[in-house]
Design a protein around this ligand. Structure first.
Ligand code: DP6
Length: 353
């Protein structure tokens, strides 16, 4: 019986406050703009992945996600496998005593403990965990930056899940993608009172995938060019300054405006893409009511490619924000909804960023 080599890891989701939307190179997953996110590292929203390899495995690489076999022949997964194997081969070439793991078939087993592909950044956690699990298996000396370059080719947003805390993804300028990597703006401990409330409006798979959606937006939206070339670069600078200064008013305002701008370009896409629904819009209203009552910005919503809301706030405002959401959610039939939706409004859903 041949030996089986194995390594496991987990990777958390990240939720962008400045959105990545648009690729200048779809093959290498090079974005049209930089982006910035918060990694929800203390939350339950993570992917657990075990990577193993063995000469005794069937010749094809295999990937199981939540118990279901996935197609690994896609260019993105193949790119990650290829790059990681090449790094392992370099190690093996320099030390002949190392087992020849790069030549063995891979078996990847991943579990998400949250809805897959429902706009909750599942591909981000998924590819980040896949890349790190294989890097661990191969005992690669790669840095998180190196791994972010590889994970980006699996799913753009995945590069940001290789770091904790407040994380940027520099769009880069190189045509080979060598400088399109994630970087840490600040560790979670720098601004530890940040919290994220996740409202699972719908656990259904999203109608339009991010990849398809953003390509159609780039091709058809007249709002898109100014978003990518002017609005986002300005907001990236504002957001980094807000994080450095722990200025929630600016952090919150820019977060909400960037979510609105992203969804405006989706609506401006032809044919239009609607990710928000009535429940999402009601969540926006609740945030507005909370901020009006407080007389300042204490809560900030953001939505990815789906209807689920993520509301950022500081721990000191937990009663105000989470309390009002609870009250609002309790009063409305529509929240639980005909879709059999799950609305997380209790303390369990308060994810510590
Ligand atoms: C709206 O990273 O899922 O969540 O690179 O095609 O896999 P691909 O796209 P993906 O897109 C994420 C889009 C977003 C915004 C963000 O996370 O920045």
């Amino acid at each position: 019986m041949s030996e089986i080599y194995r390594a496991s890891t987990t990777a958390p989701v990240n939720i962008a406050v400045i959105k990545y939307w648009g690729k200048r190179d779809p093959k290498l997953n090079l974005p049209t703009n930089s982006s910035l996110s918060v990694t929800l590292s203390q939350s339950d929203l993570r992917t657990h992945t075990t990577a193993s390899c063995s000469p005794s495995y069937p010749s094809e690489d295999a990937l199981l996600l939540n118990g279901q076999a996935q197609d690994v022949s896609g260019a993105r997964t193949q790119a990650c496998f290829r790059e990681l194997r090449a790094l392992r081969q370099t190690l093996e070439a320099s030390d002949s005593s190392l087992p020849k793991l790069a030549s063995y078939p891979l078996r990847i087993v991943s579990e998400n403990n949250f809805p897959t592909a429902a706009g909750l950044a599942s591909s981000a956690a998924g590819f980040a965990a896949l890349v790190r699990a294989i890097a661990n298996l191969y005992e690669l000396p790669s840095s998180p930056t190196d791994l972010s370059r590889i994970a980006r080719q699996g799913s753009g947003s995945a590069c940001r899940s290789l770091f904790g805390g407040y994380v940027g993804w520099e769009q880069g300028a190189a045509t080979d993608g060598s400088d399109s990597v994630a970087f840490q703006v600040a560790p979670a401990s720098y601004w530890p009172s940040m919290r994220a409330l996740i409202l699972v409006v719908s656990a259904a798979k999203k109608g339009v995938s991010s990849t398809t959606g953003m390509q159609t937006t780039v091709a058809t939206s007249s709002l898109f060019p100014s978003r990518a070339s002017e609005t986002v670069p300005r907001r990236m600078a504002e957001m980094q300054k807000a994080i450095q200064e722990k200025d929630f008013e600016t952090f919150g305002k820019v977060t909400m405006m960037d979510s609105n701008s992203f969804h405006a370009t989706c609506l401006d896409t032809y044919p239009p893409i609607f990710y928000l629904n009535d429940v999402s819009r009601a969540a926006i209203k609740v945030v507005e009511v909370i901020n009006e009552a407080a007389g300042r910005i204490v809560a900030a919503y953001t939505f990815d490619a789906g209807p689920n809301a993520v509301v950022y706030y500081l721990e000191e405002n937990e009663k105000l924000v989470a309390g009002l959401f609870k009250a609002a959610l309790g009063d409305k039939d529509g929240w639980k909804g005909a879709r059999g939706d799950k609305v997380e409004s209790n303390a369990d859903a308060l994810q510590k960023a």
